[in-house]
Write a protein that binds this ligand. Structure first.
Ligand SMILES: [Zn+2]
Length: 323
């Protein structure tokens, strides 16, 4: 266990208690319970006042991508204490950030799935990618050793589902399961809409991980699918994404050189537009991907890549709202 890599629900809850007692004036906690009874948290940070401040959302939907969680916890820690989880002073002017905006973090979008994960981080020493993917979507009962199908939503009465169910899925009622970022029925989305009614977010960084099999890259920024964005939003998202890419390069990562569209077509692209299309018309939304489950990118480096993307996003957001 790595004491700086915090990704499980009980680890997050411990930090929430700590943050609330250290800085009750700047930390606000909202939450929703999922059908399974697991709690999903939104942690908002600001010097709250009567004036509405511009607000930025950060979230992660996928239970098998724990460095996204650990990176968020590392940034919240900086906002509360001025130091990161390694004891180093934050690169951000914390006072200035909290004075000028609201930051909301949902560090574990699918708490049910995450609590069933076999490890707190995936470092490539204990599980092959095929094994990780069987944890993610479940092992296909008809094709042992291989992961099951990808569904936005599925009903366990109608399909020969894996047992146990893959951790990427969240149960939303007695029989139905969803991939959280692919339908607004998930707790991940319900919590977003609850928070958005209060803070009216202008930007959303969604944090992810992927395995980069046979790739020269170990991180990238995704900016929607082709044709899914208005030109104005698109241009801003490219600039925002590029500054994260540049920060990663400067920190020794090998990112895909430009922010680029999600390479989805057909059904995959349609889900994306249906679930995210309207939101993308009014909120700047981009995603990180950071290499998961490989021995050439340690858990610490995974965490730091996500943390850096968040820190850079906060900088960009402040410069944007200052005009
Ligand atoms: Zn993901």
């Amino acid at each position: 266990m790595l004491n700086y890599f915090l990704s499980m629900p009980d680890q997050l809850e411990m930090k929430i208690d700590e943050w609330k007692s250290l800085a009750p004036d700047i930390v606000r906690i909202d939450s929703l319970d999922s059908y399974s009874g697991d709690t999903v948290y939104a942690i908002s940070l600001s010097q709250f006042s009567n004036n509405d401040k511009p607000a930025h959302y950060f979230a992660q939907p996928h239970a098998h991508e724990p460095a996204a969680t650990a990176g968020m916890i590392n940034v919240i820690e900086q906002m509360v204490t001025g130091k990161d989880l390694f004891g180093n002073a934050s690169s951000l002017d914390v006072e200035h950030v909290l004075q000028n905006c609201v930051l909301t973090f949902n560090p574990i979008g699918n708490a049910q799935g995450r609590s069933k994960a076999p490890v707190t981080y995936w470092d490539g020493t204990q599980y092959t990618n095929d094994q990780l993917w069987c944890w993610m979507r479940g092992e296909d009962p008809e094709n042992p050793g291989h992961m099951w199908e990808r569904f936005n939503i599925w009903d366990d009465r109608k399909l020969n589902a894996p047992n146990p169910v893959g951790i990427v899925y969240e149960q939303i009622d007695e029989h139905r399961w969803v991939e959280p970022n692919r339908t607004q029925l998930s707790t991940y989305f319900k919590l977003f809409f609850k928070m958005d009614a209060q803070y009216h977010y202008l930007s959303w960084l969604d944090l992810h991980q992927t395995e980069y099999v046979d790739s020269e890259f170990n991180c990238e920024i995704l900016i929607g699918v082709e044709g899914s964005q208005s030109d104005l939003t698109h241009e801003h998202n490219v600039d925002w994404g590029q500054s994260i890419v540049d920060a990663w390069t400067a920190a020794g990562y090998t990112p895909y050189p430009q922010p680029h569209a999600v390479p989805y077509t057909g059904e995959q692209a349609n889900y994306f537009k249906q679930t995210w299309g309207e939101l993308r018309k009014r909120i700047h939304i981009i995603s990180t991907e950071v290499k998961n489950n490989a021995q050439d990118l340690s858990p610490e480096r995974q965490l730091r890549a996500q943390s850096l993307a968040i820190e850079k996003s906060i900088e960009i957001f402040l410069s944007q709202i200052k005009g």
